[in-house]
Design a protein around this ligand. Structure first.
Ligand code: AOF
Ligand code: ZN
Length: 347
């Protein structure tokens, strides 16, 4: 691959820029872009704005102003060639005098694809596939999944004891996980589109499901979603307070809920509880990623993290591939993916 050290570093910067807008761009992808001038100096950078706003390339070009002329654009996703809510980025790049474009992942969206080819036709040197794995398994992952499957990417998160329980026999559950794990969950929530719980969790825990920065509410709040088929959620539930937007769906069928959320522009869902709902999602194969916070505690009684998922015998056990294992305070964080899930990164 014909790529300099400065260009490679610029791609790492573009990946980091994309991370900063996770959860804030849906239904559009979280993309990062960097402009290097003719001599390889960074002169502009940007990330996707909220849906309907500027694409990453345009933000970076405007940041670079006239210094973009003769320069190189480094983008995590193939520049779009279409006029959607904004004009084609390919034309903006050409008009700014960019002579080389390096991008990580081909755009799978049929409406916007073909940008690489269009740029070559305009005489621009194009390199694709740089850091493709990192980009496809990073900030772009939920969006790529949603484009391919037509439903949001679902991360199921739970905190359990070493013997797999999410509450004690009397249903007390605060706090099983360490302060470090809880801070990590807030960080996770700050980068997703929607948090999903069942009415059982609302009735038992009365969670607010908001994102806090210290004592204060964070500026970006994911949509709160409650599945409440039997209309059990009381009017004074904290999940219905003013801290964020909430939708209550009167279905218990994961596929219907996922379709409704997709239609609202949601591309990444964090499934937070409880065990019955998680069981239904596993049974419906609607889980793409599992994040477990395991505390060095034993309870011996109390509900298990996962309720009945229709698995009756060991041969039918759901197998996961472990992506990472980290220590957070005294807890262990495991990130794993069901074998059935699309392995975007290995494609
Ligand atoms: C973005 N940000 O940085 C890039 C995108 O509806 P539009 O006009 O905003 O177009 C959205 C499509 O553009 C999106 O689905 C993707 O295929 C392409 N690229 N989109 O929001 C960006 N580079
Ligand atoms: Zn674009």
């Amino acid at each position: 691959m014909d790529v300099t050290e400065a260009e490679h570093a610029a791609m790492h910067r573009a990946l980091a820029l994309a991370e900063t807008v996770r959860g804030r761009t849906s239904p559009n992808p979280a993309v990062g872009a960097v402009i290097l001038d003719e001599t390889g100096h960074l002169v502009g950078e940007g990330a996707t704005e909220r849906a309907g706003g500027r694409h990453a390339e345009v933000v970076a070009l405007q940041d670079a102003e006239s210094k973009a002329r003769g320069g190189t654009a480094i983008v995590t996703l193939e520049p779009c060639a279409h006029t959607g809510r904004t004009g084609p980025c390919t034309e903006a790049l050409v008009a700014a005098g960019i002579t080389k474009v390096i991008y990580a992942v081909d755009d799978p969206n049929p409406e916007a694809a073909g940008g690489g080819e269009r740029l070559r036709e305009a005489g621009v040197e194009v390199v694709s596939g740089l850091e493709e794995h990192a980009a496809a398994s990073g900030a772009l992952r939920p969006w790529l999944h949603a484009v391919r499957t037509g439903r949001p990417y679902v991360t199921w998160k739970f905190a359990a004891t070493l013997d797999g329980r999410v509450a004690a026999a009397d249903y007390t559950s605060r706090w099983i996980s360490s302060a470090a794990s809880r801070a990590d969950v807030h960080n996770l929530r700050s980068g997703i589109d929607a948090i999903l719980v069942g009415s059982g969790t609302v009735l038992v825990d009365d969670p607010q499901l908001s994102v806090r920065e210290g004592e204060r509410l964070a500026a970006h709040q994911p949509l709160r979603v409650v599945l409440d088929r039997r209309h059990r959620v009381p009017d004074d539930a904290r999940v219905l307070d003013e801290s964020a937007e909430t939708v209550v769906l009167d279905t218990a069928v994961p596929q219907f809920a996922m379709k409704a959320l997709y239609d609202r522009g949601v591309r990444h869902v964090l499934l937070e509880g409880g065990p019955t709902l998680a069981g239904a999602f596993v049974e419906a194969r609607c889980i793409d990623e599992v994040i477990a916070y395991v505390a060095p505690t034993l309870l011996g009684a109390g509900p298990a993290a996962l309720g009945d998922a229709g698995i009756g015998t060991l041969a039918d056990a759901l197998l996961l591939d472990v992506e990472s294992v980290t220590r957070l305070g005294d807890d262990i964080k495991v990130v794993a993916r069901p074998r059935w899930a699309e392995h975007v990164a290995e494609d």
